[in-house]
Design a binder for this molecule. Structure first.
Ligand code: NAD
Length: 281
C-alpha cells in the first residue's frame, strides 16, 4: 500500500514515523506547500519520496491531510476530485463540521473518513515529529455512516496501528466537546501568556520565577497562530458560548475574593478538585 501525506508537519510527520516503524505501507510519499519542509521530511526519513499534489492524489491508497484546517477546507474537495474509486482520504483536522459540510455533496464523499487524533504538542514542522505520539490516545472518527465501510475499516486499522483508541462521534458534538477540552485550554494559555508578558516587562524575571504551574499552563501558548487562528475561526460558534461559561467562572472567583468569602472560595476549589477523579478514570 502507498500512503500519501499532504502536510509534513508535527502530525503528518509523526504519523509517517509510525507507519514506517510498523511497516503499515510499502511506500510513503509526501507533499508540503513549503519546499523546505518537503526536503527536511525526506532528509530525516519521514517519507520515501517528495511528490506533487497530483501524484499524492493519484498514486496513494490512503491519503492523509495534515495541514491546518483552513488548508484542509481548500484541498479536501480537490483531493476528492482526483482520487481513484478505491482510494481513501482522512484528515487530522481539529474541527470537523465545516470540513464535512464543504464536501457533503461531493461524488466521492464516501471515500472521505473525517478523523481527529487527540494528541499533539506545541511544536510544529517536520523536525517536531515524534514516535508513538498517538499511542494510548483517543482518535475520533466523525459521521462514520456517511463513509463507505471499507474506507472506515482502513482508517480504523490505521489508528489501531498508531496505538489509538477509537471513538465515534457526530461532527457537531465533536466540535463542541473539543471546544471545551482543547480549544478553551489554548485560549486560556494564550491569555495567561499575554497577561504575564504585559505585566512582567522583563523576560529574565519571568524566566527566573516561572515555576512548574506557570510553565505547564502556558506551554500551549507556544502553539502556532498558523494552526490555531483557523481552528478558532472554524469553531467560533462553539467557542463563544464556552468562553462565556469560562468567564462566568473567573467572575465567580473574583467575587468570592472581593467579598473576602473564603468559605465560597474553598467550595469553588474543592469543586474543581473533582477533576482529579474524572481524569484518573
Ligand atoms: P504543522 O504546522 O506542524 O504542519 C502543517 C504542515 O502543513 C506544515 O509543514 C505546512 O507547511 C503545511 N501546509 C500548510 N498549508 C499547506 C497546503 N495548502 N498544502 C500543503 N502543505 C501545507 O501542524 P500540525 O500540528 O501537524 O497540524 C496539522 C493538522 O493536525 C491541523 O489540521 C491541526 O488542526 C491538526 N491537529 C494538530 C494537533 C497538534 O497538537 N498540533 C493535534 C491534533 C490535530
Amino acid at each position: 500500500m502507498t500512503v500519501g501525506i499532504i502536510g509534513l508537519g508535527l502530525i503528518g510527520g509523526s504519523m509517517a514515523k509510525d507507519i514506517r516503524r510498523n511497516s503499515f505501507a510499502d511506500k510513503i510519499i509526501g507533499y508540503n506547500r513549503s519546499k523546505e519542509n518537503c526536503e527536511k521530511a525526506l532528509e530525516i526519513g519521514l517519507i520515501d519520496e517528495i511528490a506533487t499534489f497530483e501524484q499524492v492524489c493519484s498514486e496513494s491508497d490512503l491519503i492523509i491531510l495534515g495541514v491546518p484546517v483552513n488548508a484542509i477546507q481548500k484541498v479536501l474537495p480537490k483531493v476528492l476530485d482526483s482520487i481513484s474509486d478505491k482510494a481513501v482520504v482522512t484528515d487530522a483536522g481539529s474541527t470537523k463540521e465545516l470540513l464535512i459540510k464543504e464536501v457533503e455533496n461531493h461524488k466521492n464523499r464516501k471515500r472521505y473518513v473525517p478523523s481527529h487524533p487527540m494528541s499533539g504538542t506545541e511544536n510544529s514542522g517536520p523536525t517536531s515529529a515524534l514516535d508513538n505520539l498517538f499511542k494510548d490516545k483517543v482518535a475520533i472518527i466523525c459521521n462514520k455512516e456517511e463513509s463507505d465501510k471499507d474506507a472506515v475499516d482502513l482508517v480504523v486499522r490505521f489508528y489501531e496501528m498508531l496505538g489509538s483508541r477509537i471513538i465515534y462521534m457526530n461532527a457537531r458534538d465533536h466540535d463542541e466537546h473539543v471546544g471545551y477540552v482543547s480549544h478553551l485550554t489554548h485560549v486560556i494559555s494564550y491569555a495567561l501568556a499575554n497577561a504575564v508578558l504585559d505585566k512582567e516587562k522583563s523576560t529574565s524575571t519571568i524566566f527566573d520565577l516561572a515555576a512548574g504551574g506557570f510553565a505547564s499552563t502556558s506551554r500551549l501558548a507556544k502553539s502556532s497562530a498558523d494552526m490555531w487562528v483557523p481552528i478558532f475561526e472554524q469553531n467560533t460558534q462553539n467557542i463563544l458560548p464556552i468562553l462565556d461559561v469560562y468567564m462566568d467562572k473567573l467572575k465567580e472567583f473574583k467575587t468570592h475574593l472581593e467579598n473576602n468569602d473564603m468559605d465560597k472560595l474553598y467550595e469553588f476549589i474543592s469543586e474543581a478538585n473533582k477533576i482529579r477523579k474524572v481524569l484518573k478514570s
